[in-house]
Design a protein around this ligand. Structure first.
Ligand SMILES: [Zn+2]
Ligand SMILES: [Zn+2]
Length: 370
């Protein structure tokens, strides 16, 4: 008997261990103005409210997609699985935290204050005891969240179920804003983005966020295997400590990645596109009538540069397609003697799908030097 146990153990030990976790995809965006660009989803659910998965699965998904930070923000007021999953409002975070530490990603404590419109749904992050948000008066829930030092943002402000006509800023939202109970706003949530909320964020100086609000499995909704992503909040941070992330969110150091689009403030998108695209002169390939440069996309996000009226007048009429981690040549024809005499030329191209406001085109400058 003893011999057979030893033999079985030896056989089991000799079988190679196969990891169950799969691979972590590369999701690189170069540093911007000396800050790291951290990828966060700050609005998700698990079975502890009305989600379909266990909290540890949220960590596995985020790890596989290449994310750095996640928040599992269970509804305080809506817990349809309560009979079967009866932990308190902090339990989901406690479970997730254990797995997140092993995976090396950050999980932020948070809850979704889930009320009828107005004021609708809000996420309170960095709360220290989510149970204390479970109170009848919604105003008191906000007060309590702030007493705990929360960062609070308005979720899916254009959600048709609560705002059927268009996203409206109501007196209750003004009251929350005036009281300092609204720090940020979701520009994108799940499958949609709300251009009008981009205007609100700019006018009222709110932090911009983009999150999945996922209830099922991420792979069912987004083609992660093809390099696509859930909506993501990009956070420009010095490091990945909780204190720094909270500071970065309060200081509005964010941009939003949504369905191939990048949405954010000019002060972040300008240096971000410059750090993503490297420009190298190609003197050996240039001639007296043409300057050639090599463009390199250093990031894992696809970039397309579109001609502007200025570039068209200079003969650049085709888009420059730069998929993740790719390079492409671009030539500028020197059409007259003045152009031939100049030592460098600055040409504007529009960055497709990048938005800093609702109307204007977002452009970057390409410098052509010999
Ligand atoms: Zn919600
Ligand atoms: Zn939600």
């Amino acid at each position: 008997m003893y011999k057979s146990i030893v033999l079985t153990t030896l056989i089991l030990l000799s079988i190679p261990v196969i990891s169950q976790e799969g691979v972590r995809r590369s999701f690189f965006i170069p540093d911007v103005n000396g800050y790291h660009v951290l990828k966060a989803d700050l609005h998700t659910h698990s079975v502890f409210s009305d989600g379909m998965v266990w909290p540890s699965f949220r960590i596995e998904e985020a790890w596989s997609e290449g994310l750095d930070i996640i928040a599992i923000t269970e509804h305080i007021e809506y817990r349809p699985n309560k009979t079967d999953v009866n932990g308190d409002h902090n339990r989901s975070f406690d479970i997730a935290k254990e797995y997140a530490e092993k995976a090396g990603i950050m999980v932020i404590p948070g809850s979704e204050i889930t009320r009828r419109m107005p004021p609708g749904h809000f996420n309170a992050l960095f709360v220290t005891d989510a149970n204390k948000l479970d109170v009848p008066d919604w105003k008191e829930a906000f007060r309590e969240a702030k007493r705990q030092g929360a960062f609070i943002f308005w979720n899916h402000p254009g959600w048709k179920a609560q705002q059927p006509d268009s996203a409206q800023w109501m007196p209750e939202h003004q009251m929350l804003f005036d009281s300092g109970y609204m720090d940020g706003i979701e520009i994108a949530n799940y499958g949609e983005w709300y251009p009008s909320t981009l205007r609100w964020a700019l006018n009222k100086n709110l932090t911009m966020l983009g999150n999945s609000d996922i209830h099922g499995a991420i792979f069912q909704q987004y083609e992660i295997q093809k390099g696509k992503h859930r909506p993501i909040t990009l956070i420009f941070a010095n490091n990945n400590t909780t204190a720094e992330i909270q500071k970065a969110l309060m200081e509005k150091r964010t941009a939003v990645l949504f369905d191939g689009m990048v949405i954010g403030r000019k002060e972040w998108l300008n240096p971000m596109i410059t750090s993503i695209i490297d420009i190298t002169p190609c003197p050996s390939a240039s001639s007296s009538s043409e300057i050639k440069i090599l463009l390199e996309n250093r990031s894992d996000i696809d970039i397309v540069l579109q001609p502007t009226s200025q570039s068209i007048s200079n003969g650049i009429i085709y888009p420059v397609v730069l998929p993740a981690r790719s390079k492409a040549f671009l030539s500028l024809r020197l059409k007259n003697e003045n152009m031939k005499a100049a030592s460098s030329h600055t040409i504007k191209m529009a960055v497709e799908n990048w938005h800093t406001d609702e109307i204007s085109e977002f452009t970057m400058e390409l410098v052509f030097k010999r």
